[in-house]
Ligand binder design. Sequence first.
Ligand code: FES
Ligand SMILES: [Fe+2]
Length: 442
Amino acid sequence: MLNTADNELLTRVESGAPMGDLMRRYWMPVLMSADVESDGAPRRVRILGGNYVVFRDSNGEVGVLDEYCPHRGASLALARNENCALQCLYHGWRVDRHGKVIETPSEPGNSTFKDKIRQIAYPSREAGGLIWAYFGDVSAEPDFPLFEWTTRAPEEIYTIRVAQRCNWAQALEGAIDAAHANFLHNDLMRRLVSGGEYTGGGGLQNMTLSDGAPTLEIENLPYGFQYAALRSAVSDGKPVNYVRTTQFVAPNWALFSAPKGWRFAQAFVPVDDHNTVFYFAHARVDGEPIPEDYRAKILEWSGVGEMDRDFHMDFHTGNMWRQDRDAMSRAKHGDAFSFSGLTGNQTEDLGVQESMGPIYDRTREHLGTSDLAIIRMRRLMLEAARRNERGETPLGLGNNFHYSGIRAAEELVDPSLRWQDVVGSRGEAPIADASSDRGIRL
Ligand code: FES
Ligand SMILES: [Fe+2]
């Protein structure tokens, strides 16, 4: 539970809110690389309450600019994209990806007016199939978050993306919530366990299904925390702990355990106070590509379908997130019933998270022991926002860890060992070889 002031501090990112100021200090995913083509349509992107235009110029380079034309404010998302510049439709001004105004054809030929004007351009990069930008103070640009998967080739990564009509923090809370999968994602869990569709280490998932109330243990780290969900199990007649770890990486990342040779990372990018864009990168780090049919499977599991230009599905409170009450009937469908009546993992998350209201009111909740990680995330992010306001270095910007050394894992661990020593990962120096993935250890 939070008081009203802390709930506001945690959630609000617009109009000079401290959490928005904090978030602007980190690199943010803004689009996928495939969203913009050379000389193709620019894209309008809204992040942290600011409006931007993202485009790929004639040389294939990406530009991230303020959306509105420096002349009289027409949207540059409507602009022509040619000859290495955006040309505003209204009076033909041309702006390049660095924000330089290179032509003002509506002005007299001898005018030097254009040299006095600049459009704000933001540092941008492409990595892991995403376009990233940095919206903070240029003098404080942080190291780029080179997570292990961000250096992989496009054929090794498949990313699901969808917009949510709710605040970023309640969406992130879903990703670090170890207790919800058994219930909300029951349909997919049952299918993966019984059908063996999930490759790699996912077989361990049946242990998740058999115990919905794991013990949680948590460890603070320079970038956030890692926590372990521990479940007692028996393997080959010996007692073991089935351990699944999750990493929270400030300000808006969750890494959770994936099959051997894979990495899963989720980001929750605040669009504004009431909207979020969710990214879920599925990456192979064992040198194998992700085949087309497996991409199709991931998409199907997610339930994500047709979207508008802002990545919204036709899926909201007005149509009860398309919940299928008939499919939920045990009487009619027996074991094939749907627990949620929603169609996939991400649509289930979206449905419940949006159902909490656009900004979830944390003054009225009743947190239990399974909510430990959520409590920790809130505490760390509130503290980070306050530190940032005071001019102190906030969480994850201290340059004292490696993004590439942050991993989540699931393994069977001898109960006499500390899970931190067996499956823990703390952003240590990069591990070059993905084949060093640890197998089951007893
Ligand atoms: S508003 Fe863009 S050129 Fe006039
Ligand atoms: Fe979920």
